[in-house]
Design a binder for this molecule. Structure first.
Ligand SMILES: Nc1ncnc2c1ncn2[C@@H]1O[C@H](COP(=O)(O)OP(=O)(O)OP(=O)(O)O)[C@@H](O)[C@H]1O
Ligand SMILES: [Mg+2]
Length: 346
């Protein structure tokens, strides 16, 4: 059950569910301002690490001001629910926004028919990241419990044998992926995401959780990066580990250095962008595996199938960018988002 309203925010419908909470479409009772409300709760079922991620996200977003970074309004705790209210992006995530079959695609704000409603009355919300953190400490656990890094062991070691590369896509699939209008939309979004990364990285921050669902493109094609809960300063970006020794983040988009718990800088985000771009050009990820351990192994040791083998009609410049971003050694990637942006704009 979710509250019908959270402080001044009236909840209207579900937008989506993520790893740490649910995002709702909401409206400010007084100003009428629409917002996306990320809600974790109630307190007894919330993972305190998720609450700390939300607090971190709020603080980071408050310090950022860029047209391609989602804007934050407020955050706090209401009746045991931690919440973050941010700009509502009316659009689709990056992958959906580039769907060759965009016609007829539903928007992200489909109303939720079965939103169970629990009316909560009570004192006004306590606002701010500290309120969320205080709630998290009530639920236990120090902020970043130091833990030894335990790389996952592949369930079925592959003995270094490369799986057979995927065959080339059908001519029809290639035509859909390589259409000039789609590629121009892709370049447009990529430029904006890179603009945001230049801004974020030049403030010494690394996003560390870039993936298609964390990039949204609105109906006017303005892209926004969101989900800043795992952001770190580049110099402190040694991977904090979860209580179970898992690396936080999403393996599928994670750089080899991040997956190993090594220090990361902006080039780790460029790697994630490389995975995203590869997927958008090949319609399949650079690495697939049966289980997280095998995926981890592939990220560290396998070379992705060259894009031209999967999609022979691929745009060669974009393919070269994706493949360079996917270099295992950060030193072999672009030196910075700014350098990559300059290459894209040549
Ligand atoms: N500001 C926003 N405006 C509109 N939709 C949003 C906004 N923030 C998130 N969403 C939508 O809500 C969904 C859930 O977001 P959330 O960040 O909780 O999960 P996720 O990105 O899918 O996964 P993860 O928890 O691993 O980040 C997203 O996929 C996105 O479509
Ligand atoms: Mg997200």
């Amino acid at each position: 059950m979710v509250p019908r309203s959270v402080g001044p925010w009236e909840i209207r419908s579900v937008i989506g569910r993520g790893g740490i909470g649910v995002v709702y479409r909401a409206r400010h009772r007084v100003s009428g301002q629409l917002a996306a409300l990320k809600l974790l709760g109630p307190a007894q079922v919330v993972d305190p690490r998720a609450a700390r991620r939300l607090a971190r996200e709020f603080e980071v977003l408050q310090s950022l001001d860029h047209p391609n970074v989602v804007r934050v309004f407020e955050a706090g705790v209401f009746e045991g629910y931690s919440y973050l209210a941010m700009e509502l992006v009316e659009g689709l995530d990056l992958r959906a926004s580039l769907s060759p079959a965009l016609d007829g695609a539903a928007g992200p704000g489909a109303p939720c028919a079965d939103l169970s409603v629990l009316s909560l009355s009570g004192p006004p919300p306590e606002v701010g990241a500290d309120a969320i953190r205080a709630l998290a400490s009530m639920m236990d656990e120090p902020e970043t419990a130091p833990a030894e890094f335990h790389p996952p062991v592949p369930a079925a070691p592959d003995g270094g044998v490369e799986p057979a590369p995927p065959g080339p896509l059908s001519a029809q699939a290639q035509a859909a992926l390589n259409g000039p209008r789609r590629l121009s939309r892709l370049r447009c979004s990529l430029r904006q995401v890179l603009g945001a990364l230049v801004y974020v990285h030049e403030r010494g921050l690394v996003h560390r959780d870039l993936k298609p669902s964390n990039i949204m493109v609105d109906d006017r094609r303005q892209a926004r990066i969101m989900d800043f809960g795992l952001v770190k300063h580049a110099e402190e970006a040694v991977e904090p580990l979860t209580g179970t020794g898992r690396v936080v983040g999403t393996y599928r988009y994670m750089s080899p250095e991040q997956a190993q718990g090594h220090p990361v800088d902006g080039r780790a985000d460029l790697y994630s962008l490389g995975v995203i771009l590869y997927e958008l050009l090949a319609a399949s990820p650079p690495f697939t595996a049966q289980d997280p351990g095998a995926l981890w192994h592939a990220i560290l040791h396998r070379r992705p199938t060259p894009l031209v083998q999967v999609n022979p009609g691929v745009d060669p410049d974009l393919a070269a960018i994706a493949e360079r971003c996917l270099e295992k050694d950060a030193g072999a990637r672009f030196a910075s988002a700014r350098e990559l942006l300059a290459v894209l704009e040549r």
